[in-house]
Design a protein around this ligand. Structure first.
Ligand code: DHE
Length: 506
């Protein structure tokens, strides 16, 4: 069909039928009803906050750092203009996606039987899962032998880190089109699936393991699922002041605070949703401190913090008091103290930091944080006592992921974009100097690192369809194993995740 379109174009015949063009070029990724699938929903609500290049430029040239290709070779300028105009109209139909629809989508596997103990012989605390986006699978690795214990199919286009239950037994995997899959690592079986949103960002597990929060772009909701059976506990409508609906940029858990923390994409607010039985008093109508947990009160009360700027993505310090967020302009960051509910510092982060990749570590007697940038080849290192930058480490190109481990003297950061995308840097945590630059597969994208439980081995992805996970000795940087994998996007070690290792994402 695409060739036919090129033929028409060469023959000087403009197609200029935006609905047909949408069906031809866009529907596969953005959904037939424009409600999103692998790509985001394309509706006036989601497009109005679009930053950077205009919609017509994006359709023609694609969007760097995403999977959006350019269609300038297939559509001429009038056709692109008409398609852009079409996308700015409300879709004919957006399905209602609240509790009833979510519940109707839920399936629990009839043949699933929970094993009493792991059916394999490995350290349950050193299991590592690998998300293989090349063919939408997850591999379950024995973290000592690197043997693949199972390889199972996921929903289409998984994004972000799967989340473990606090005991490390179950994982929850989310796809961009809102499906959540529950899988039992002990039994090596899927437990069930539910579609919690139509276009979702990421998920977070509550510290007590009872709830899973799903951050949605579409609808503008936060869905809270019960982790035992994937039933809906609550669908929270996300609206800022004056009832302005908003997408959710991302949600993370803050275990010591017994809360989920989320940033709103279209409204400058951070929300904290408490799941504990005794949430702190932040001006809720009902005062738990005085009256104690109440039976008929909202089990997930929301605290809203107004921020000076929109926050796109964020991470926390290890105490979960400070939220470090990337501002929407992609040029700065801000630190919000969650206890007092105010911004306490601005951060000079000019190269669009990918803050879900930010990590912290001890350097001498101070704690520092570092983040790579998506548009610049540098890593910014910041002293968390003063919130001042102490170093900018030049790398061979913009990076996406940065990882370390308590037991490792090094931080690993990839170069994800540009001609040096095949490079992985290793930085000394104390000197802040690059001590090693690895190039394990020349010309191929090399990205994302996860450590084994003890920090002795670093697992690096060759991010290609015929890719691999390379196991490195994390001290000598010698290659130990190379496991063939299909575009292994992320790796997640049980122990590092459930203990909230300071070197990895939470
Ligand atoms: Fe991600 C994590 C946002 C594009 C691969 N990415 C995250 C998280 C957020 C985020 C908020 C944290 C979720 C979590 O783990 O709970 N990502 C964004 C974007 O806003 C951005 C730039 C644009 C978009 O398309 O949404 C974006 N991300 C990408 C990609 O293009 C990547 C490279 C390929 C892909 O699969 O889409 C990509 N993102 C990842 C991965 C993680 C991730 C592998 C988990 C890393 C981890 O170690 O936890």
């Amino acid at each position: 069909m695409k060739l036919a379109a090129v033929g028409l174009l060469l023959a000087g015949v403009a197609t200029a039928d935006p609905k047909a063009d949408y069906a031809e070029y866009c529907a596969e990724c953005h959904g037939a009803e424009r409600i999103g699938a692998i790509g985001p929903a394309l509706t006036p609500t989601t497009l109005k906050r679009m930053r950077g290049a205009s919609l017509t430029d994006v359709i023609r040239d694609g969007r760097p750092a995403t999977q959006m290709p350019g269609f300038g070779a297939f559509l001429d300028a009038p056709a692109i203009d008409e398609l852009a105009a079409f996308l700015k109209t409300e879709p004919d139909h957006i399905p209602e996606w609240r509790e009833a629809a979510i519940t109707a989508s839920r399936t629990l596997d009839e043949d699933y039987v929970a094993a009493d103990a792991p059916i394999w012989d490995a350290d349950p605390m050193n299991i590592t899962i690998v998300v293989e986006t090349g063919d939408h699978h997850v591999s379950v690795l024995n973290g000592d032998t690197f043997e693949v214990l199972d390889r199972f199919e996921t929903p289409f286009a998984v994004h972000g880190g799967p989340k473990y239950s606090p005991d490390g037994r179950y994982i929850f995997v989310m796809s961009r089109d809102g499906w959540v899959q529950k899988y039992d690592i002990w039994s090596l079986k899927q437990v069930g699936r539910v579609r919690a949103g139509l276009n979702s960002r990421n998920i977070a597990m509550s510290g007590d393991g009872k709830w899973l929060a799903v951050a949605n772009y579409l609808p503008n909701t936060l869905t809270i699922l019960a982790t035992d059976d994937l039933s809906v506990a609550k669908v929270i409508e996300v609206e800022g002041k004056g009832g302005v609906p908003s997408r959710v940029s991302a949600v993370y858990q803050a275990p010591p605070r017994e809360s989920f923390v989320l940033a709103l994409k279209d409204v400058p607010e951070i929300w904290e949703v408490f799941y504990g039985s005794n949430p702190p008093h932040y001006g809720f109508a009902h005062d738990w401190r005085i009256e104690g947990p109440a039976k008929n009160k909202d089990p997930f009360p929301v605290r809203r913090i107004t921020t000076k700027d929109f926050i796109d993505d964020f991470f926390f310090d290890q105490s979960y008091e400070y939220l470090i967020g990337a501002s929407r302009d992609g040029k700065s960051g801000q630190v919000v103290d969650l206890v007092i509910g105010h911004k306490i510092a601005d951060l000079p982060l000019a190269g669009m930091p990918h803050l879900s990749s930010g990590i912290t570590w001890k350097r001498g007697d101070t704690t520092i944080m570092a983040t790579p940038h998506i548009t610049e080849g540098l890593v910014t290192v910041i002293d968390m006592a003063t919130w001042q930058p102490i170093k900018e480490i030049r790398t061979e190109g913009p990076g996406f992921f940065m990882r370390s481990h308590e037991n490792s003297p090094y931080v690993w950061v990839d170069v994800f974009f540009g001609e040096n995308k095949d490079v992985m840097h290793v930085i000394d945590k104390q000197s802040l100097e690059i001590v090693k630059t690895l190039r394990p597969a020349p010309g191929k994208t090399v990205a994302h690192v996860e450590f084994t439980k003890d920090g002795k081995f670093a697992l690096v992805s060759i991010w290609e369809d015929d890719g691999a996970v390379i196991v490195y000795d994390a001290l000598t940087f010698e290659e130990v194993r190379r496991l063939p994998m299909r575009k292994p996007s992320g790796k997640y070690n049980v122990w590092n995740k459930i203990t909230f290792s300071e070197g990895t994402s939470h």
